[in-house]
Design a protein around this ligand. Structure first.
Ligand code: KMH
Ligand code: ZN
Length: 445
């Protein structure tokens, strides 16, 4: 590991009245960047013994308003150390806010139970070689060993940093975007942009590919729009998709609630490159989506027999553990591909803690992604991308681009996810690269 990687510093400041620039004592975004500049400077002084220079911000996100009187905690962490360049990730959080409510004193303020992230950024600083005075051993993310022990270490003493509190996206990691273009539940009455016929599905798949998707999670519909798992309809849709684009087609084996397991397995007859394996039973709105343990084992075997790769759909924390149990008994094989499908009414609701906990169970060498329902889709897939995971978006899970604004098809949702991934430095992979990452070797059929 490079010296300096993981070195973290945090500053906490009170935003003054003279920082307020806009109506309502709102502070402009440049104030947060100035704070990040001070954080970066401390990092460089600690690492190099020189203030260095800020060269560029690669991405900046302003996420919540900052007002005079707020206390802001800004953390920076060194994510990459080159000969002269030091890449850094920053996060600013509001920890105290002035209340500003009618009926309370203007001096009333609250310490927030949960800090509010107001700004995130990644950037690069440089310290010319001749100015680097103090290359020191830095041990990142270790627990504080205590002053007594540290004092006994020989000079120059290592800097031991606390575990970084900010999210550090693994640099240059490839990003697979899946588009769940139709699903089984959404109707044309919900959104007129839902693709239904084989040709519509193919056109939609091609648009999603152009926008950055490498995998299409596929359901099909009867002519009247009702969900189907007919091998014939899947065959027709995949033939049309193949005429237009080279995406990985991942067929559903979940189908719609109420279908028998045998009915759900219809699409395996066309030997898809990839198929879903739902890893447990949940309440699904007012219905039950049934996946008993014997069902899961049987579906896993049928996916294997079809020569397909399973994607493990986990709607609950326990489903990840169930998948690991299936691995142990040999019902599924590595490499594993997890999809955390969060926010189904009746199952676990999405949050950063939930994603981090589920991720903590994912074994080395596995890939993982997040799909989240409705208004959770954007924040949770963006969180997954920041944490180094992959993302699934699309009308199956969410029909809105913004609150009250329908997405005009799946491609705008894919394009937005791709733009976000790129802003983090993630490389949006094409289907062939995704095949390699997922361990799909057979030619697309
Ligand atoms: N339609 C849901 C009941 C899958 O595709 O494998 C199940 C589902 C999961 O969509
Ligand atoms: Zn599905």
């Amino acid at each position: 590991m490079s010296i300096g990687l993981g070195l973290t510093v945090t500053l906490r400041v009170r935003i003054a009245a003279h920082d307020a620039h806009y109506a309502g004592e709102l502070v402009d975004g440049a104030r947060m960047l100035a704070l990040f500049g001070d954080v970066a400077t401390e990092l460089l002084i600690r690492l190099d013994g020189d203030e260095g220079l800020f060269r560029a911000y690669e991405a900046v996100e302003f996420l919540a308003p900052v007002r005079a009187g707020d206390y802001i905690e800004a953390t920076g962490v060194i994510t990459k150390v080159g000969n002269t360049s030091r890449a850094m990730a920053f996060e600013a959080r509001k920890v105290i806010a002035n209340i500003r409510d009618a009926g309370v004193s203007p001096s009333a303020a609250d310490a927030l139970a949960e800090p509010v992230v107001v700004c995130r950024a990644i950037g690069t600083c440089v310290v010319p070689k001749e100015l680097q005075r103090r290359p020191r051993l830095v041990l990142p993310a270790l627990t504080w060993p205590g002053a007594d022990l540290l004092a006994k270490l020989p000079e120059p003493r290592p800097i031991i940093t606390p575990a970084p509190n900010v999210i550090v996206t693994p640099p240059e990691s490839p990003l697979v975007i899946t588009a769940a273009i139709v699903g089984a539940e959404v109707t044309r009455a919900n959104t007129p942009y839902l693709p239904i016929t084989a040709q519509e599905l193919a056109d939609e798949a091609a648009r999603c590919r152009d926008a950055g998707a490498s995998v299409i999670h596929l359901h099909v519909r009867n002519a009247d729009g009702s969900p189907s798992q007919s091998a014939e309809l899947f065959g027709e849709a995949v033939t049309r998709i193949r005429e237009k684009t080279d995406v990985i087609v991942q067929t559903s084996t979940g189908g719609a609630v109420g279908m028998s397991v045998e009915e759900r397995l219809g699409p395996l007859a066309i030997k898809p490159e990839m198929a879903t394996l739902n890893c447990g039973t949940i309440n699904f709105g007012d219905d039950i989506f049934v996946n008993t343990r014997p069902d899961i084992r049987a579906i896993a075997k049928r996916i294997r027999d079809a020569g397909s790769i399973a994607e493990l759909e986990c709607y609950e924390v326990g489903h990840v553990q169930e998948a690991l149990a299936l691995l142990k008994e040999g019902a599924i094989a590595e490499p594993l591909h997890f999809q955390f499908v969060l926010g189904v009414p009746g199952a676990i609701m999405p949050s950063e803690e939930v994603v981090r906990f589920m991720l903590s169970l994912v074994p080395q060498g596995a890939t993982w992604a997040v799909a989240a329902v409705g208004r959770y889709q954007r924040p949770m897939t963006e969180l997954a991308m920041r944490l180094g995971g992959h993302a699934r978006v699309g009308l199956e899970d969410n029909i809105y681009l913004e609150k009250g604004v329908l997405a005009e098809g799946n491609a705008p949702l894919v394009a937005r996810a791709a733009a976000y991934g790129k802003s983090l430095g993630r490389e949006i992979v094409d289907p062939d690269r995704a095949r390699k990452l997922l361990g799909i070797y057979k030619p697309a059929s």
